[in-house]
Design a protein around this ligand. Structure first.
Ligand code: IVH
Length: 726
């Protein structure tokens, strides 16, 4: 950095401490420190909003003062793309691999391979009380980071161990990976090795977004991480929340390493590198096996994918004595967990009716153990997924089970004989209620960056109010606070009512008597083997039923918008129900409306209009409505009104996270008052997302889809001046 200002006499250089250069420098340090606290220590000390403010201030200063640009500024993680593809990088010290050991639970000595490893070491070092560094084996992509004089100069893949690819441009984008060593450390050379990985949640969000776009999904987080790192355009990597854990060291010059590996990892953490929080130390065979069990039992809860644990002799001098056999160190071992991916046979494809009527194909598999659990079903998501993989009954398929995620098919063999069964076809009727299935129209959509795609077709059972698969969920929705608001009609009671045959449609609620409830409860208690409350509590046992009957009775007097929302018409949320109630004024008017009249209502597009039409055309649904009326449900009707527009009319907004200045209901009301539609889920149609603190998967999805995100400050500014909407 050059001198900052000249003294008035133009003779001596004076370095100011208050000019833009000093501020830029201070901001860079402060931001790097906050990134360290967030990504490495997992203990942020300022809210995200404040952090963003610092970054924005730095960006503004750097834009105003290009003379102070620096490639290792935290604002410069995303740089240019390498021209002419990936350059080769020769590793000054080869990147080795690890010998593997497995556990054989059904054999007399399940851990014999680990025992042999410890035994071999004991013979060389003269004791079996060996201190080990023990670490999770991250399932990602090995990377070597070369720092010269404290600055990241090259990041390279492992390649064949001797020569890898230069992926500096995409690895630089990994937040929490230091562009400069922390604390001003500046050895001539330090090579830090570790794993680039994609956290499980990010992987799932990324695949879900790809699935929605009809794009190919990645089979596992490792492939997704490798695919992201090996991208020429650094913006692709930057858009994916890749992460890094340091676990090893390459060439070192000008720095004294500690005597043990575990102390080296601690030093790496000091220098600014993330190290897996599960890394630790253990002694001897017992210590290693206890670690294996402990990590294994937490495998599904870890936020990243691991395929085993690694044991490393902790003392560097012992590592030297042990040396190498072919390309693996004799002092380290990967102890693998049961595989997450295995092959089996696809024996059939069924369809399942979800609680909202969505029809999902499900693979019936020849039962197989995956990741320690026997799997016999796997979701096939939708029709396009089955056809995209060209799955046929009898195929050998690769099944993957990770964490609590539903098992998935990630590949199939393409070569099959001439007698292969024909491609699978979606049934035309609901397997539960027999209603003709509805195929929701394919809609052309555009993402923010202008890419056009077709929504993958969704097939639904329109028998919402009487399809058994959907009844309990429909009734729960019907009774919910914002719908008919039947106080005390909880999930448990609804399930018993449905299971024991007291209620098939919401209208049946209005026929229930006190005796029905008491009898239902007695039968449920008998079924569950619980002591009947009547026996214990005498007269008060019917109090809850009396309260319920009263709550049901109160719900008879309602409003048209509540009723419309309560009916659970696909895609008719509260905002649409309100707009329809206002626009038509009466249920009969709405039930007669054609699609043109429906689309005249703000908020209602052709797709929603066709859903509304299909709902009211269905004779079963008309019966339910007639039965509700007969059961005494009533509401005030009025003449049709033209709904007011607003500056945000036609925009769909999603709220996520917690806002400091108002509740979510208030935020929703403010947005609706401006004409916006507030939706609960992010899709390509979302106009923008308002993200408060602790925003989760919706924010990730919005980022993945390239949808603008407003923080609380920007949201408040927008309420003041809606023309600022993105
Ligand atoms: S040490 C000389 N430690 O596993 C030792 N590797 O199967 C070299 N891996 O290529 C590797 N977590 O990509 C080591 N804690 C860990 C690891 C780890 C994941 C990967 C790494 C390596 C592969 C070997």
């Amino acid at each position: 950095m050059g001198p900052r200002a000249r003294a008035p006499d133009d003779q001596a250089f004076v370095v100011t401490t208050s000019g833009p250069a000093a501020r830029i420098d201070a901001l860079r340090r402060e931001i790097a420190e906050h990134e360290y606290r967030y990504f490495v220590l997992d203990a942020p000390t300022i809210p995200d909003l404040e952090f963003d403010r610092l970054v924005r201030e730095l960006e503004a200063l750097e834009a105003a003062h290009p003379e102070f640009a620096s490639p290792d500024s935290p604002t410069r993680r995303v740089g240019g793309a390498p021209s002419g593809g990936f350059a080769e990088v020769r590793h000054a010290q080869p990147m080795l691999s690890l010998a593997n050991a497995f556990t054989y639970p059904d054999e007399p000595r399940p851990h014999r391979e680990v025992e042999a490893f410890v035994q071999r070491i004991a013979e060389v070092v003269g004791t079996d009380r060996i201190p080990f560094s023990v670490e999770p084996k991250i399932d990602g992509l090995a990377i070597s980071l070369r720092y010269e004089h404290g600055r990241l100069v090259v990041a390279a893949t492992r390649g064949d161990g001797t020569t890898g690819e230069d992926v500096t441009h995409s690895v630089r984008t990994i937040r929490g990976l230091p562009l400069r060593l922390r604390g001003g450390a500046s050895p001539a050379v330090l090579e830090v090795r570790g794993e680039v990985y994609l956290p499980r949640a990010a992987f799932e969000a990324m695949n879900e977004a790809a699935r929605e776009r009809g794009d190919k999904v990645f089979a596992n987080p490792r492939n997704a991480a490798a695919g992201s790192v090996r991208q020429l355009d650094p913006r692709v990597a930057a858009a994916r929340p890749l992460a890094f854990f340091a676990y090893g060291v390459g060439v070192v010059d000008g720095l004294d390493l500690p005597e043990t590996h575990s102390a080296t990892l601690a030093l790496f953490r000091e220098l600014g590198f993330p190290v897996a929080p599960e890394a630790g130390t253990a002694t001897g065979l017992e210590g290693c096996l206890a670690y294996y069990e402990s990590i294994g039992s937490r495998r599904d809860q870890l936020p990243y994918e691991i395929d085993g644990v690694v044991y490393k002799v902790d003392r560097h001098d012992w590592q030297q004595r042990l040396g190498f056999v072919s390309r693996a160190p004799r002092w380290a071992l990967a102890h693998k967990f049961p595989a997450r991916e295995v092959s089996t046979v696809l024996e059939g494809i069924d369809v399942q009716v979800g609680r909202t009527g969505a029809i999902t194909p499900v693979a019936r598999l020849r039962p197989v153990a995956v990741g320690g659990v026997t799997v016999s079903n796997a979701t096939l998501h939708n029709e396009a997924f089955v056809h995209g993989m060209d799955l046929r009954i009898g195929d050998t398929v690769v099944v993957r089970r990770a964490g609590d995620v539903i098992p998935e098919i990630v590949g199939a063999n393409g070569d099959r004989g001439p007698d292969a069964p024909p491609p699978w076809r979606m049934p035309t009727c609901c397997p539960v209620c027999g209603t003709a299935l509805e195929r929701l129209k394919k809609v052309r959509r555009q993402t923010r960056d202008g890419i056009e795609y077709e929504d993958s077709t969704v097939v639904v059972c329109p028998g919402g109010l009487f399809c058994r698969a959907q009844v309990a969920e429909r009734i729960r929705h019907f009774a919910s606070r914002r719908a008919m608001d039947i106080d005390g009609l909880g999930e448990r009671i609804i399930e018993d009512l449905v299971d024991l045959g007291y209620v098939k449609t919401p209208a049946d609620l209005y026929r229930l008597t006190l005796d029905d409830f008491v009898e239902m409860k007695r039968r449920a208690d008998e079924r569950d083997g619980t002591t009947p409350e009547t026996a214990r509590q005498g007269r008060t046992a019917t109090k809850w039923a009396e309260n319920l009957i009263a709550a049901i009775d109160r719900s008879r007097s309602t409003t048209l918008e509540r009723l419309l929302y309560a009916l659970g018409i696909r895609d008719v949320g509260e905002a649409t129900a309100k707009a329809l109630a206002r626009g038509f004024g009466s249920l009969d008017g709405l039930m007669r409306a054609d699609e043109a009249e429906l689309t005249a209502i703000p908020d209602v597009g052709p797709v929603v209009a066709s859903r509304i039409r299909a709902f009211f055309d269905d004779p079963h649904n008309r019966e339910v409505i007639a039965a509700l009326r007969a059961g005494g449900v009533h509401w005030r009707e009025h003449a049709p009104q033209r709904a007011a527009a607003g500056p945000l009319a036609g925009r769909t907004v999603v709220l996520t996270g917690t806002l400091a200045s108002m509740t979510r209901d208030e935020a929703r009301a403010r947005l609706e008052a401006l004409g916006a539609k507030v939706s609960g889920s992010v899709s390509a149609r979302t106009g923008f997302v308002v993200a408060g603190s602790e925003a989760g998967s919706k924010l990730e999805k919005a980022t993945a889809l390239g949808i603008p995100v407003l923080d609380e400050a920007a949201f408040l500014a927008l309420l003041d001046d809606p023309t600022r909407a993105p």
